[in-house]
Unconditional design. Sequence first.
Length: 317
Amino acid sequence: MKVIDIIKQSDKTIFSFELLPPLKGQNADKLYKTIEELIEFKPKYINLTAHRDEVEYRALPNGLLEKRIVRKRPGTVAIAASIQHKFGVPVVPHIVCGGFTKEETENMLLDLNFLNIKNVLALRGDGLKSEAVFRPEPEGHSHANDLVKQIVELRKGNYLDPELKNNTPLDFCIGVAGYPEKHAESPNPDIDLEYLKQKVDAGADYIVTQLFFDNQKYYDFVDRCRAIGITVPIIPGIKPLALMNQITILPKIFSIDIPEEFAKEVRKCKNNEEARQVGTEWAIMQARDLVANKVPCLHIYTYGITDNTRQIAKAVF
Ligand SMILES: Cc1cc2nc3c(=O)[nH]c(=O)nc-3n(C[C@H](O)[C@H](O)[C@H](O)COP(=O)(O)OP(=O)(O)OC[C@H]3O[C@@H](n4cnc5c(N)ncnc54)[C@H](O)[C@@H]3O)c2cc1C
């Protein structure tokens, strides 16, 4: 079932969460256990992240550095199908532009279609850590907007090769990312929103937000989206803070602010256990308020940790 139809058919906030595929070399048992621990809260769908190749430099015994291309978390397509089959819950695999050509993306979408996966979250992905700016593959997309356009063409049965005729349309529901506190690379919030609108105008069915700790930032973002004619559902993404040092790490990684009141509480904590409890309580407060304000869905970034996500789900679903 498509996420957009699930949202349209529900008159109250639905629950969903995001997982990462296992690290290369590990099996999927831990991931399945994570889902087993959350399934009682009846998630209506589950997101699964995508990870591009990265460049690593490893020291050789002679002191020289060896450049290696590694993908630390492969398997998004296979694991998405496996979760959907095992738990009977629709899975939304993420698809990134970075590291993939349009042809590879088309083939991945074909695989997803054969595996009966009907939802994707279309993203640009981040640049390589070794590069100051995002660089697309020579035959890849520069922005998520172009990826959305490719998927929309496939919905009509238009594949990349113009010689292919009478093709099966690939009917995907498409989600895209939005940033209540602006994407780090955007010159200003209005320009960021213009590009978000481009993704929606290209055919995206809904938006999932970057994590935030101040609900007012989300409500203002929704208002600003509506004011420029973005009408699709906007799903808030929240992440329970789990470690003390995340009050400095998360702003750097995600270009977000930590509200003073919350930062003050975390800074009083003596260890990670205390910080985790404070983080969970804050996320519960956010979740209760979002549900009271009738958001379509709560998207929880779990990072594979279930105890805090369970507490949040228990408090609101
Ligand atoms: C819900 C969610 C899930 C995510 N999941 C993953 C994941 O699984 N794997 C992963 O690697 N990353 C993931 N990310 C991170 C995401 O890939 C990064 O934030 C990335 O830097 C931007 O992706 P995007 O799709 O928003 O890009 P875009 O929409 O392409 O935007 C990127 C930047 O370019 C600007 N821009 C957009 N269009 C244009 C244009 N046409 N011309 C000029 N500038 C433009 C935007 O304003 C923005 O600053 C996720 C993010 C979110 C919010």
